[in-house]
Design a protein around this ligand. Structure first.
Ligand SMILES: [Zn+2]
Length: 310
C-alpha cells in the first residue's frame, strides 16, 4: 500500500467511524438552532419548521429509518392555552428516526426542539417579552445537540446493539408536553416494546458546584445496577422522581421508566438571554459520554420493569 493510498484509506475510515460526542459539533448545532435567524423556534413558525428540517436532515445523514408517519415527521396540532393570541391553533410536528437493530425492544432518546419564539405564547419570564427573540440555546438546543450526537454515535459505531434506538425530537413541549403526549397517544411502534426513555432538556449550562441532575432513578429497580461503578468527567447526582420537568413526565405517566438529564436553572431561563455563547459544550460532551455509559450498561440487562415513585 503506497503512502497516498494509506492516507486515503485512513481518511475514509475516520470519516465513517462513529465519533464520541464532541464539543465542537455540539456548539455548532446550538449556534445554528439558537441563532437570531431561528427566531426562538416558536411552535407554528416557519423557523420552528426549519429546526425540524435541520434535525431530519441529520437523522437522514446518519441513516436512521423514518418513523414519523410522514417520513421523519409526525404532524399534530398544538394549542396555545395560557394567553389569547390570534394564532392559538398551530401546526406542530415531532421528528422521529429509528435505529433498527432487529431487537424485540426499543430505547427512546428524546429532546424537545421548540422554544418560546418571540415571546407570544405565555411562558416567557422576561418583563416585556413580546417581540423579543427567545433563542433557547440551553432550552433546548442543547438537548437537541445531545440527541444528534447520540444518534451519530449509535448509528455509526458498527455495533448491532441488543436493543433498537428511537430518536425523537419533540415539538410543542413548551406548550405543555404536547409532542410527547401526541406520540404516546399515537405511537408509531407498540408502547409495550419500549424499554425506557432518556430525556434531555437543558443540558448546556453545567454548573460544577451543582453537578448534572439525573431524575427518574426510582422509576425502575434496575437503575442502581445500571449506575453501579459508573464514573464521568463531570459531577452528577441522581433524583428518584421521574414525573416532572419535561417530556419524560409523559412517558412516566404511561408507566415507562425514564431518566431525565438537566444542568439546572439559571437567570436566563425562559428569557431572551438564553444564548449560545453561554453554553458549556465541553461539559455537555462529558454528559453525553456518561449517557452512553449508562445506556450501554442498561443494554446488558433485560427489559426494565417500571416502578412508580411515591
Ligand atoms: Zn425546555
Amino acid at each position: 500500500m503506497n503512502y497516498h493510498f494509506l492516507a486515503l484509506f485512513l481518511l475514509f475510515t475516520t470519516v465513517l467511524r462513529a465519533q464520541e460526542p464532541a464539543a465542537d459539533r455540539i456548539q455548532q448545532h446550538i449556534e445554528k438552532l439558537a441563532s437570531d435567524r431561528m427566531k426562538g423556534r416558536g411552535t407554528g413558525s416557519r423557523e420552528n419548521a426549519k429546526a425540524a428540517a435541520y434535525i431530519a436532515r441529520y437523522f437522514k445523514k446518519y441513516g436512521l429509518k423514518p418513523l414519523g408517519g410522514d417520513g421523519y415527521y409526525q404532524h399534530f396540532t398544538a394549542k396555545v392555552r395560557r394567553v389569547v393570541v390570534p394564532d392559538s391553533v398551530r401546526k406542530a410536528a415531532n421528528v422521529i428516526g429509528f435505529l433498527d437493530n432487529g431487537a424485540d425492544h426499543t430505547i427512546v432518546i428524546g429532546a424537545h426542539y421548540d422554544h418560546l419564539g418571540l415571546g407570544n405564547q405565555g411562558s416567557s419570564l422576561a418583563e416585556n417579552p413580546q417581540g423579543q427573540i427567545h433563542n433557547g440555546a440551553d432550552d433546548n438546543a442543547s438537548g437537541v445537540a445531545g440527541l444528534l450526537e447520540l444518534a451519530q454515535y449509535y448509528a455509526r459505531n458498527d455495533v448491532k446493539e441488543p436493543y433498537n434506538l428511537l430518536f425523537m425530537a419533540f415539538g410543542a413541549e413548551e406548550l405543555g408536553l404536547l409532542g410527547s403526549r401526541h406520540f404516546l397517544n399515537h405511537p408509531t411502534l407498540p408502547l409495550d416494546r419500549l424499554n425506557f426513555m432518556i430525556c434531555m432538556d437543558m443540558i448546556g449550562r453545567y454548573n460544577p458546584e451543582r453537578g448534572v441532575g439525573i431524575g427518574g432513578y426510582g422509576t425502575a429497580d434496575a437503575w442502581p445496577e445500571v449506575f453501579r461503578g459508573v464514573t464521568a468527567g463531570i459531577k452528577f447526582f441522581t433524583d428518584r422522581a421521574g414525573n416532572g420537568g419535561s417530556d419524560n413526565a409523559a412517558f412516566y405517566a404511561k408507566q415507562i421508566p425514564v431518566l431525565f438529564f438537566h444542568t439546572g436553572g439559571h437567570p436566563d431561563y425562559h428569557k431572551p438571554g438564553d444564548d449560545p455563547e453561554k453554553i458549556d459544550a465541553k461539559a455537555e460532551a462529558e454528559i453525553l459520554k456518561l449517557e452512553i455509559r449508562l445506556i450501554d450498561n442498561a443494554m446488558k440487562l433485560p427489559k426494565m420493569i417500571f416502578t412508580p415513585v411515591k
